[in-house]
Ligand binder design. Structure first.
Ligand code: AMP
Length: 298
């Protein structure tokens, strides 16, 4: 079933204790789409500037990602510069320039309007709401956000949370929104509106709560984490790719979807930027999923 993602398409500069990348392909929608495209057809919506390298467009296109909704605008592409500390669960944003990503309203192209699964990747909650209002065929809309937006546009985010079926955020963002930690923060988020709340906890996995279910999933352990950037978005891509492919959302399908999310995110962190996910194959995903299943059986 049709899946659309709207979010940032970026040029990222990343520093981690394992190395550095400059002006590498990144962005929330990019990481998401590369992950989801391993499981289903995905449509991408976003803005880039005239400086966005053609080779990046080719890479996304070669993965079968529908780019009808990727618009090139006068100006520069969104740029983000982040640094991870020795404990790679903690990162700081050194600079962020929204550029064309901050300037334009997202208008879904007519060919995207029948999409039933919608992922609002990290971006302005005002723009995320405009997408909700325009995607009238949507059955399952999931929103992600970040400290930047929680701090700068809380009222718009609160209004948005009332209009979506699920929220997917990390534990520090859940704390920022609710003032609570752990499972209490996840449960409190149900009162904001969504029926499904997924809180990501980096190397400690994720927790899903619904009004009558709680599910915990660990992170798939990898030998070396080189760059955690995009872990959250590739987790979301695996999850939504699985749901869209199933064409339905039930607590049982959601559990399976979270396993795909954890597995694809675990590949993503093995190398810088999108390098690992861009080279990943569906067979590698299935093989690791099987290993993960055996690790979790008791
Ligand atoms: P993640 O590590 O999953 O949280 O996603 C990191 C990606 O989000 C990077 O590739 C950045 O380009 C992008 N990003 C960082 N800050 C923002 C922001 N405020 N809004 C949208 N995207 C962002």
């Amino acid at each position: 079933m049709s899946l659309v993602v709207v979010g940032s398409v970026a040029l990222d500069t990343i520093e981690t204790p394992r190395g550095r990348a400059d002006d590498a392909l990144g962005g929330s929608a990019t990481h998401f789409a590369l992950a989801a495209s391993l499981l289903t057809k995905v449509r991408l919506m976003g803005f880039v500037g005239e400086d966005f390298p053609a080779e990046h467009v080719d890479l996304l296109r070669k993965r079968g990602i529908d780019l009808t909704g990727l618009e090139t605008k006068p100006g520069e592409t969104f740029r983000w510069h982040g640094r991870y500390l020795e404990n790679m669960n903690v990162r700081e944003t050194i600079s962020l320039a929204l550029n064309v990503f901050g300037e334009y309203e997202p208008v879904p192209p007519p060919a995207y309007r029948d999409s039933e699964f919608v992922f609002l990747a990290n971006g302005s909650p005002v723009h995320q709401m405009q997408v909700v209002e325009r995607m009238t065929a949507a059955r399952f809309t999931v929103v992600d956000t970040m400290d930047h937006w929680i701090e700068s546009d809380r009222p718009a985010l609160d209004a948005l949370l009332k209009r979506v079926q699920a929220v997917l955020i990390n534990d520090s963002e859940a704390h920022l929104l609710t003032g609570l930690d752990g499972i209490a923060a996840a449960r409190a988020l149900l009162d904001f509106g969504p029926h499904y709340v997924v809180v990501k906890k980096g190397e400690h996995g994720a927790v899903m709560v619904t009004p009558d279910d709680t599910f915990l999933i660990p992170a798939f352990p990898v030998a070396e984490v080189r760059d955690p950037t995009g872990a959250g978005d590739t987790f979301a891509g695996g999850m939504m790719g699985c749901l869209a492919e199933a064409g339905d959302v039930t607590p049982a399908i959601m559990r399976r979807a979270l396993a795909y999310g954890a597995v694809i995110a675990s590949f993503n962190v093995e190398d810088f930027g999108v390098r690992r996910t861009a080279a990943l194959t569906p067979d590698e995903v299935e093989e690791r999923l099987e290993k993960f299943r055996r690790m979790l059986a008791f």
